[in-house]
Design a protein around this ligand. Structure first.
Ligand code: ADP
Length: 444
C-alpha cells in the first residue's frame, strides 16, 4: 500500500524546491504590484504566502522520498527506521498529537491506515494522551499502564519519551504487552494460595488431634488409638498432596517439549491393570481390558502414559460400586474428529466435555484409552471443570471423600505434553468415561 504512494511522493518532493522558488519569485512580484495598486489585495497576498509556507512545511513532515533504492525520510519521519527495529508496537507522535511514524507491529495491532492520523483515532486512553502532551511540552519519560477490552482483557504498559528532531518536538510511544505476565503471576499466586490451603486443612486436623491425645485422651488407650488412626489418615493425605504437587511441577517443567519416544499403549495399560487388580479386588470391582492383541504403538513416554492410565483407572475404581466393572478400552481412533467421536461419544443421554483438544495437524492419527466406570456419574455442569487443579465435585457438593483434586490435572498436563486430547462423558446413574488420546506411531 505504501509502495503505491511512493512515486507521487517523489514527484512532489523533487519539485518542491523549484516550485517554492518559482512561487516565491512570483509572490514577490505580485506583492510589489499589489502594494503599488491596492492595499487590500496586498494583505490578502501576504496571507496567501503564509498559507503556502505552512502547507509546504506540513507536507515535509509526512513525506517520504525514495532515491534509487534508498528511502530518504524528511523531518521526524527520519526516525521511522528506528521504530521498525523495535519488536513492540511503537508510534511517533508530533506536538499536535498526529502520528508521524509507526512500526509494522503498531500498524498491525492498532489497524490504522495512514500517517498524519490523530493519535486519538487509534487510542483513546486519557492517561496516554496526557503523557504524550507532557512529554512533548515538559520533557521526561513516562510509563502509563492501562487495560483495554479489545480482543479480551489486555494489559499494556506504554512508555512515552520526548523526542527532539531539529525544530520538531515529538513523543515516542512504545507499547509493551503485559497480559501474559500478569496472568502468569495471577495463576502462580492462585496456585500457591490453593496449595497452602489444601495443606493447611490436614495440618490443622493433625494439630487438633495431637492436642487431644496430649490432653483429654491421654489416659484413654482406646480413644488414643482412634485418634492415632485419624492422624494417619491426615498424614497420608498430606503425603499424597505433596507427591501429586511434585509430580505436577515435574510434568509442567518439560510440558513444552513433546516426547519423541515410542511406547506400546496396550503393554502400558496391561501393566497398570495388573498392578491395580488387587486394589480393585479388595473393593469388589473387576477391571476388564479390551485391546488389540498385537499392541498399539504411540508417540509417548512410557512412564507418563502409565501415569495417565493409572490415574483414570484409580478414579474409576474409587467410584465404582461393589460387583461393578471398570472397562478399559484401547483402540485406534483415526484423525482428531474421528477419535473424539469414537472415544468420547457413546452414550446418548450423557453430558460431555472436551477437557483438552490438540491443535489440528494434517494427516495425524491417534490412539485412545477409554476408561469407563459404572459409578454415580458427574453432574454435567461440573464436567468442564474436571482437570482444574484441586477441583473436586465432592467439595462443591459439601461431602469430601479425601481426594486431592490433582489426579486429573496431572492427566491433562501429561496429555497436553503429548499434544493429545482428553474427553469425558458422564451420565448420572450410568457412570463416567474418560478418554485420553495421543498420536499413533507411524507404522513401517
Ligand atoms: P481426586 O480423585 O484425587 O479428587 P482427580 O483430579 O482425579 O482428583 O479428580 C477430580 C474430581 O473429579 C474428583 O474429586 C471427582 O469429584 C471427579 N471425578 C474424577 N473421576 C471421576 C469418576 N470416574 N467418577 C465420578 N467423579 C469423578
Amino acid at each position: 500500500m505504501a509502495m503505491d504512494r511512493l512515486p507521487s511522493a517523489r514527484w512532489r518532493l523533487e519539485r518542491i524546491p523549484a516550485l517554492a522558488w518559482a512561487t516565491g519569485a512570483l509572490a514577490a512580484l505580485a506583492l510589489l504590484f499589489a502594494f503599488a495598486t491596492d492595499g487590500a489585495a496586498a494583505v490578502l497576498m501576504v496571507l496567501a504566502i503564509a498559507a503556502a509556507y505552512w502547507t509546504i512545511k506540513e507536507a515535509r513532515r509526512f513525506t517520504i522520498a525514495p532515491t534509487n533504492d534508498e528511502i530518504e525520510l524528511v523531518g521526524l519521519g527520519e526516525l521511522t527506521p528506528l521504530l521498525e527495529a523495535l519488536p513492540d508496537p511503537a508510534l511517533l507522535v508530533d506536538a499536535q498529537s498526529r502520528i508521524v511514524g509507526s512500526n509494522a507491529a503498531a500498524r498491525r495491532q492498532m489497524q490504522f491506515e495512514a500517517r498524519g492520523q490523530f493519535l486519538t483515532s487509534v487510542l483513546r486512553h486519557p492517561d496516554v494522551l496526557e503523557a504524550v502532551q507532557a512529554a512533548v511540552h515538559e520533557g521526561g519519560t513516562r510509563a502509563v499502564e492501562y487495560e483495554s477490552s479489545t480482543q479480551g482483557a489486555r494489559h499494556t504498559r506504554c512508555y512515552v519519551a520526548p523526542v527532539t528532531w531539529g525544530a520538531d518536538r515529538a513523543a515516542m510511544l512504545v507499547f509493551h504487552d503485559q497480559t501474559a505476565r500478569i496472568s502468569t503471576e495471577r495463576m502462580r499466586a492462585d496456585f500457591l494460595a490453593n496449595a497452602s490451603h489444601e495443606l493447611r486443612t490436614p495440618l490443622a486436623s493433625l494439630t487438633l488431634l495431637i492436642e487431644t491425645i496430649a490432653g483429654p485422651a491421654r489416659d484413654n488407650a482406646e480413644e488414643r488409638d482412634r485418634f492415632l488412626g485419624m492422624m494417619q489418615v491426615q498424614a497420608d493425605r498430606m503425603r499424597r498432596l505433596i507427591a501429586d504437587l511434585l509430580s505436577l511441577s515435574r510434568i509442567e517443567l518439560d510440558e513444552h517439549v513433546p516426547p519423541s519416544d515410542r511406547a506400546d499403549l496396550v503393554a502400558v495399560a496391561r501393566e497398570v491393570v495388573d498392578a491395580l487388580n488387587p486394589v480393585a479386588a479388595e473393593r469388589g470391582v473387576r477391571i476388564e481390558l479390551v485391546a488389540p492383541a498385537d499392541g498399539l504403538g504411540v508417540v509417548g513416554e512410557r512412564f507418563q502414559l502409565a501415569q495417565v492410565v493409572q490415574n483414570l483407572i484409580d478414579n474409576a475404581i474409587k467410584y465404582t460400586p461393589k460387583e461393578g466393572v471398570v472397562r478399559v478400552e484401547i483402540a485406534r481412533g483415526g484423525d482428531r474428529e474421528e477419535t473424539a467421536q469414537a472415544a468420547g461419544r457413546r452414550w446418548d443421554e450423557a453430558g460431555r466435555a472436551a477437557l483438552l483438544t490438540p491443535a489440528a495437524v494434517a494427516n495425524r492419527s491417534y490412539a485412545y484409552v477409554r476408561v469407563e466406570d459404572c459409578g454415580p456419574g458427574v453432574d454435567r455442569h461440573f464436567l468442564p471443570r474436571l482437570g482444574e487443579r484441586f477441583f473436586r465435585v465432592e467439595r462443591e457438593l459439601g461431602n469430601e471423600r479425601g481426594g486431592t483434586g490433582l489426579g486429573l490435572a496431572i492427566v491433562k498436563h501429561i496429555v497436553n505434553r503429548h499434544r493429545g486430547g482428553l474427553l469425558v462423558e458422564s451420565q448420572q446413574g450410568k457412570g463416567s468415561a474418560f478418554a485420553a488420546y495421543v498420536q499413533l506411531a507411524e507404522e513401517d
